[in-house]
Design a protein around this ligand. Sequence first.
Ligand SMILES: CC(C)(COP(=O)(O)OP(=O)(O)OC[C@H]1O[C@@H](n2cnc3c(N)ncnc32)[C@H](O)[C@@H]1OP(=O)(O)O)[C@@H](O)C(=O)NCCC(=O)NCCSC(=O)CCCCCCCCCCCCCCC(=O)O
Ligand SMILES: Cc1cc2nc3c(=O)[nH]c(=O)nc-3n(C[C@H](O)[C@H](O)[C@H](O)COP(=O)(O)OP(=O)(O)OC[C@H]3O[C@@H](n4cnc5c(N)ncnc54)[C@H](O)[C@@H]3O)c2cc1C
Length: 645
Amino acid sequence: MAAQIYSGEKYASRRREISANLAKRPEFHDSKPLPFMTREEKILESSRKLTLISKHMNEIIDPSDKRELYHLNCEVLGIEGNPMALHGDMFIPALTAQASDEQQEKWLSRALRREIIGTYAQTELGHGTNLRKLETIATYDVDTQEFVLHTPQITALKWWPGNLGKSSNYAVVVALMIIKGKNYGPQTFMVPLRDEKTHQPLKGITIGDIGPKLAYNIVDNGFLGFDHYRIPRTNLLMRHTRVEPDGTFVKPPHAKINYSAMVHVRSYMITGQAIMLAYALTIATRYSSVRRQGQIDTTQPEVKVLEYQTQQHRLFPSIARAYAFVFAGAETVRLYERVLQEVETGNVSLMADLHALTSGLKSVVTHQTAQGIEQARMACGGHGYSQASYISEIFGVAVGGCTYEGENLVMLQQLARYLVKSAGLVQAGQSSKLGPLVAYLGAKSDSTSLIDRTPTPGFAEYVKTFQHIARKQTLKAAQKLFGFMEKGDTREVAWNKSTVELNRASRLHTRLYIVEAFVRRVEEVADPRLKEVLTDLLRLHVNYELLDVAAYALEDGFLSSSQLDYIREQLYFYLAKIRPNAVSLVDSWEFSDRELRSVLGRRDGNVYENLFAWAKASPLNKTDVLPSVDKYLKPLMESARASKL
Ligand SMILES: CC(C)(COP(=O)(O)OP(=O)(O)OC[C@H]1O[C@@H](n2cnc3c(N)ncnc32)[C@H](O)[C@@H]1OP(=O)(O)O)[C@@H](O)C(=O)NCCC(=O)NCCSC(=O)CCCCCCCCCCCCCCC(=O)O
Ligand SMILES: Cc1cc2nc3c(=O)[nH]c(=O)nc-3n(C[C@H](O)[C@H](O)[C@H](O)COP(=O)(O)OP(=O)(O)OC[C@H]3O[C@@H](n4cnc5c(N)ncnc54)[C@H](O)[C@@H]3O)c2cc1C
């Protein structure tokens, strides 16, 4: 099953080898539990381990293999980030996709060797979503052939970029490019921030950390201001865009090619989110198979809480989602790598499809992942609330994905633009022009679903029902938009009046895609035992997801209430059928205890002994009487007692 999750036996067994290697190297392990450390201690500890990784990487992984590096980072550094998180996640991808060969020779090679540390500085105090209104300006000075970076007001300060505050000495900075008074929109520049020897900020640079956050606190998200700070013309990243010495602007082959680092993260983060969801579910499912509370049959002993249907309903649909997301994530990464290669040859035709797909997936997956992690926390009762479970940290890190790389409700609208265009083609009788991701929009729907009406061994009837729902909502939302425009609203006003419905269409389209990705993967599985288990999980998934959106199919009679009853019964049937495999389904992700960092979710299942040992290790328990008690509480109680006398 691990080979299914990790897209092949090769990587699944490499993960095992890497974990086994690390198990024998205590210097790579956390020196104490992360929840007991201050932010400063965590950053120091993470830097220590990062240095070890850099020194010994070649002994443990193939450094050219991104997935091996990712696994090494998960095991050793964990999810709370590290001082070079953005270096790998965005700085290198930005240089790879946007720097010219010459620039790559100069900077990318140094970045890969970790001679320099970089980040991606785009968001500002005043603007994150609306990139066209960024306020940092890069004005071209023809005389000196330099760009002058400047922060004209407080809202123009870069704000949020990961590892900008303290760790990075370079950044790919996004700024509005002004040449001879003309604004050429957001462009990307390679900018030195700190002296390479002393790490002191360079003259003209104001820089620092923005303070603690909900989670992800090992990362020093930072602020950055420029005071007429000069960089050479050749620091504009020039793989696709160019500015000649005389200030002539050479347009890229696609207007949004500079957004590639964002598309990179959106493509990869689907897998990252699936893994975080699977972390929380591993913890909660293992714990639920140890925790005994209450009886189902009063003549019998107390049961494991995993026997309760409500507990199964709380956890198993999310287990199915984690599998669905990891399968969909593998597809987005493949598409991203393909688009990257095609762009190299000047073919930008798939950029819009990739952007639409990743915008939708990013939004739906992060939202459902956060929901699933929070349910996993609640499934652990009181102990879920303790940081010993580590689920609150997993939630905090994962939920950041709803905001970063484009706020979810904004990114759903990006997909909606694509869907509306497609709906326009359908309306104009040009369905043959629809791309493969939206071809279903042009197909004719049956009048009713055949679920429970015809013997259906496969998933075709379910897929058709999801298609019907997504198609109906897309065409309806587009019609609403066109209707407002026909009545005289500008497109922008009409768009704003239709966005709730448009975003619903985007979600339904994306949920259809996730179901289809799951079906595609299950159909490929050759081993009959694995196929059976995955088919059960997929059955659970389609019934659960369909119930969740059933209103759309009920309102036009595509599904009847008796079909809905059938879907419900199927859901309950598969909850029970999956129960014996539940622990194996989470164990198949093969997370080591080191990687999970959860006292509650350890493989040995010794929950109570482990919790007690953890509590005893709490720094507060080093002394029996805390200084705060001596200083305040004792005098308080003493004076209360004295006043009573
Ligand atoms: C897209 C915007 C919202 C709007 O941009 P514009 O205003 O410029 O565009 P328009 O809305 O007018 O649209 C015009 C047109 O362009 C199309 N478009 C837009 N973007 C793209 C694109 N990227 N590609 C192609 N086309 C694009 C759009 O569709 C329109 O087309 P039509 O006219 O034809 O309809 C934009 O402003 C925007 O993107 N805003 C969001 C800003 C944002 O995302 N900021 C991100 C900042 S960086 C950040 O947040 C970093 C966080 C990093 C955290 C690190 C975590 C990493 C986790 C990694 C996990 C790895 C796991 C690996 C696992 C493994 O390996 O196994
Ligand atoms: C953990 C974390 C890490 C980050 N790392 C980086 C980084 O490394 N580099 C970097 O540059 N940035 C980074 N960011 C910033 C991040 O990319 C932005 O915060 C994000 O893109 C959202 O933009 P915003 O903050 O401007 O939100 P806003 O756009 O202000 O959103 C506020 C609300 O307004 C709504 N809204 C905004 N515009 C519209 C619209 N057009 N239509 C409808 N509703 C709208 C949103 O839906 C939301 O409800 C990070 C953020 C976080 C939380």
